[in-house]
Design a protein. Structure first.
Length: 131
C-alpha cells in the first residue's frame, strides 16, 4: 500500500503541511505513526478523502514530454477486465478516466491511492461556450 507524508500531501493539494496535520488531528484523514517515525497517510484513505473534495490542484512541475496537458493526482479506481483496465485519476477539480490494456495497468501495478500523472494528447479538442 502506498503511504504519503503530510508534506507530500500538502504539495499535491497546494496547502500547508500544518493544514494536512490538522486534517489528520480532526479525523478527516486517517494517519499512523511508527515508533519514532513520521506521520503517514495510507494512499487508499487519501483517495477516499479526495473523492469527497472539489478543490483544484495545479502541479508546479512539468515533466519533459510533448504532451502539455498533464494532470497529477491520486488513482481512485482501477477496474481490470480480461483485456482492458479502466483507471480513474482524481486531479482536482478534474476526474480523468483512461482505458488501457490490462497488461499496461498490471506492469504499472496501479492501485487506488497511487500518485499518477495523466498526460492528455489529442488531435481534436472541442471548445464550448455558454449560450
Amino acid at each position: 500500500m502506498t503511504a504519503y507524508r503530510p508534506a507530500q500531501i500538502a504539495e499535491l493539494l497546494g496547502v500547508s503541511t500544518d493544514t494536512v496535520r490538522r486534517w489528520c488531528d480532526e479525523g478527516r484523514l486517517t494517519s499512523r505513526r511508527s515508533a519514532g517515525g513520521p506521520r503517514m497517510v495510507d494512499g487508499a484513505d487519501l483517495a477516499r478523502y479526495l473523492t469527497e473534495q472539489t478543490a483544484a490542484y495545479q502541479p508546479e512541475s512539468v515533466m519533459s514530454q510533448s504532451a502539455r496537458n498533464r494532470f497529477t493526482g491520486i488513482v481512485t479506481r482501477v477496474d481490470r477486465d480480461t483485456l482492458v483496465a479502466i483507471v480513474e485519476v482524481y486531479a482536482p477539480p478534474h476526474r480523468l478516466v483512461s482505458m488501457m490494456t490490462r497488461e499496461a495497468a498490471d506492469e504499472l501495478n496501479l492501485q487506488p491511492g497511487d500518485l499518477a500523472t495523466a498526460a492528455v494528447k489529442s488531435t481534436n479538442v472541442v471548445i464550448e461556450i455558454p449560450t
